[in-house]
Design a protein around this ligand. Sequence first.
Ligand code: G
Ligand code: G
Ligand code: NA
Ligand code: MN
Length: 256
Amino acid sequence: FAMETALRHAIEREELHLAYQPICDLSTGKVVSFEALARWRDADGRDHFPSDFIPVAEESGLIVPLGRWAIDRALSQLTEWDRRAGGHCGIRMSVNVSAIQLQRDVIPDVIEQALARTALTGDRLTLELTESAIVGDPDRVTGIMEALKALGTMVAMDDFGTGYSSLAYLQRLPIDVLKIDRSFVSGMLADRDKIAIVRAILGLAQALGMKTTAEGIETVELGQTLAALGCTYGQGYVYARPLDPDAAWAMIAAQA
Ligand code: G
Ligand code: G
Ligand code: NA
Ligand code: MN
């Protein structure tokens, strides 16, 4: 329970912060969104990564306050960038929502309230859900996604290809973007099987009218290949690592 107690305090004392990684339009190279990624520097100055503390947050139920905090913080940051830009800063914000958070919280209400607090419109926000979020209770998730759609908020299916969702869900749910998991993308130039999988996902998304984001792009050549294959967006270290707010703002300002 040591980590759970520490994490509870971290949320109360605001020891958490967000890092922002750009998502670029592969045809123009412009940043279209930032993905907000939770970080935790504890009282001893040690950094913890979400792969360690998100599972603890999920098991303990702390994912609900943590997730609400992430949505609020990310949207506040976006309003700060709008303020600096003297209006619409031209980008959106992507926030991760875990399956358990989606089950336990009333996400459309949480989003609506967060938007009201920041006076942002729902189309500035994308929620990244994993396949595990939809396999549990597809009827409930359909309702949630339709409520989000009514707010103008986009839904991206994160880590696509690694989970257990069926093609029937993809057809039925109002998903806007498929995020192709890094495990298929990185190294695909030297692996015919990976290229075949990526091509199949791109074809599927296109047929269903969805956009695509390739994760884990680490070389210029890989980004160019994915653009040529028709992938919409790209994310990865070749564009930028997760950044602090000032470094992210510098990218926004540079393309204005
Ligand atoms: O930033 P990093 O690569 O360590 O992120 C690891 C994983 O943690 C990613 O899959 C990301 O989706 C997830 N993650 C990061 N921040 C959050 C968050 O605020 N909420 C949830 N539910 N998951 C997050
Ligand atoms: O599961 P999710 O896709 O949300 O995970 C995002 C995580 O992937 C972040 O922790 C981020 O640090 C990591 N990441 C982002 N871009 C790259 C990349 O180009 N290469 C690698 N190895 N990791 C990346
Ligand atoms: Na994500
Ligand atoms: Mn992902």
